[in-house]
Every structure is written in C-alpha cells, then in structure tokens.
Write a protein that binds this ligand. Structure first.
Ligand code: DGP
Length: 113
C-alpha cells in the first residue's frame, strides 16, 4: 500500500534496523523502544490489524508468530518475552499495518493494560 509507513519500510524506501526477514515476514527495531529488546514483526502483505487477519493467508499469519519466536531466539531472550499486537483505537494502534511487538530483556510488569 503506497501510503503505509510499514510498507515503505518493507520496500526500503524508509530505512530500518532489520533483525530478521523471510519470504513472508520482516522484523525490525522499534524507533521508540519500550524495553531493552523491542522488535516489530510485520507481514509483507499489507493488512491493517489483527481485525483484518482474514485478509492474510494462514501461512503468512503463522509465519508472523514463528518470526516472533525466531526474533526472541536471535535476541537471546531465553528468560521470556512478551508479544503484543495493538488493534484499533482503544488499543492505541498508531500504524495501520498489522504488527507484533516483541518485547524483552527485562522483567515485564504484571499488568498488560
Ligand atoms: P502501535 O502503537 O502498536 O501501532 O505501534 C507502532 C510502533 O511503530 C510504535 O511502537 C513506534 C513504531 N514506529 C513508528 N514509526 C516508525 C518508524 O518510522 N520506524 C520504526 N522502526 N518504528 C516506527
């Protein structure tokens, strides 16, 4: 999608710090990290959010979650990590391209909201 920030990151039009990539997924460091490790995992196919996941193939959707695990291994998060996907305005989703935050490197808070 031509006006999507994350599509521009996938195409390389906007630079990013790549952590992992395969045919279906791209993963890069969040510009405003909220933990020692904060990586965004996104499908290469544009869909807006989890709410639009029917528009994504099962293979691509599964690849996103597998990539979250791969990122955690690459980042050495052997003590655990958190995967978050904000969906819609109430969740404060700011970029309307499905993404999974992989957060780790410190003990997370017990509350999630
Ligand atoms: P969310 O609020 O869940 O939609 O998360 C969007 C995330 O995207 C937020 O944590 C900051 C990150 N972000 C926004 N713009 C850029 C950018 O240009 N580059 C990178 N690496 N991350 C970005």
């Amino acid at each position: 999608m031509s006006d999507c920030l994350f599509c521009k990151i996938i195409s390389g039009d906007i630079p990013s710090a790549k952590v992992y990539e395969d045919d279906l997924v791209y993963a890069f460091r969040d510009i405003a990290p909220q933990a020692p490790t904060h990586v965004l995992v996104i499908p290469k196919t544009h869909v807006a959010s989890v709410d639009a996941c029917d528009e994504l193939s099962d293979q691509a959707l599964a690849a996103c979650l597998r990539a979250c695990r791969t990122v955690a291994k690459l980042e050495g998060l052997e003590n655990g990590y958190r995967v978050v996907s904000n969906c819609g305005d109430d969740a404060c989703q700011s970029v309307k391209h499905l993404h999974f935050h992989v957060l780790g490197g410190r003990k997370m808070g017990e509350t999630m909201a």
